[in-house]
Design a protein around this ligand. Structure first.
Ligand SMILES: [Zn+2]
Length: 218
């Protein structure tokens, strides 16, 4: 049924590359190769001003100035193009393969959305990416981090309001995390306030080292 639906949709609206309009994929292989990855220096620079004391490190895979990456992220998040999640996951997977020192035995946790936000988008963009990522590396995926509250969208607030806005919105509903190393996955990082707050909640649940992995710094 899903296959038939896909076939008919493709007949009516052929899938084409968002960059070069070649038919068949939302991002063709050639255009995927044009995406640029942060090297060590770029990554250091991108994380320099983040306020993330609870995390060991945040890995920032790409650059938001990269117009193609930015386009993919915007189409994915704001035009609800869920299939782009697989492409963006492939971007993180490729980046991760090139890292020399990655922590072992990671538990993968996507940054959750509020119920309201989830209804609006229809999917959690971080969860879709985290699912492909964890499958690829055979990491365990865990969805027991929850987000509540009626907080305003972080993007609309200045820095001090962001910190206040995000306080105590995360809740852990899973088992004790004693001895577990965590990799938190999100799409875009701005000040780091949100991911740091999530990490604080996981620390209270007993987590060991906590790392972050995002597509870009927005
Ligand atoms: Zn293309």
């Amino acid at each position: 049924m899903e296959k038939l639906r896909h076939f008919l949709l493709n007949l009516l609206f052929p899938i084409e590359c968002l960059n070069c309009q070649a038919e068949g994929e939302y991002l063709c292989t050639n255009c995927f190769r044009q995406l640029s990855f942060n090297d060590l220096a770029a990554s250091k620079q991108a994380t320099a001003n983040l306020k993330i004391p609870t995390l060991e490190k945040v890995f920032i895979a790409g650059n938001y100035e990269d117009k193609l990456l930015q386009k993919l992220i915007k189409k994915y998040k704001y035009h609800f193009m869920k299939p782009l999640g697989e492409i963006l996951a492939r971007f993180l997977i490729t980046f991760w393969h090139f890292q020399n020192e990655v922590p072992a035995d990671l538990l993968i946790i996507p940054l959750p959305l509020t119920a309201k936000r989830l209804r609006w988008r229809g999917f959690n963009q971080a969860e879709v990416i985290a699912r492909y990522f964890s499958q690829h590396f055979s990491y365990e995926l865990c969805l027991d981090l929850k987000r509540t509250g009626k907080q305003a969208a972080q993007a609309d607030l200045d820095e001090s309001d962001r910190l206040e806005n995000i306080k105590n919105v995360f809740h852990w509903s899973g088992k004790n995390l004693e001895g577990k190393n965590i990799l938190l996955i999100d799409d875009v990082i701005t000040t780091g306030a949100t991911i740091n707050e999530a990490a604080k909640t996981l620390k209270q649940a007993g987590a060991g080292a906590i790392y972050g992995l995002v597509l870009a710094k927005g």
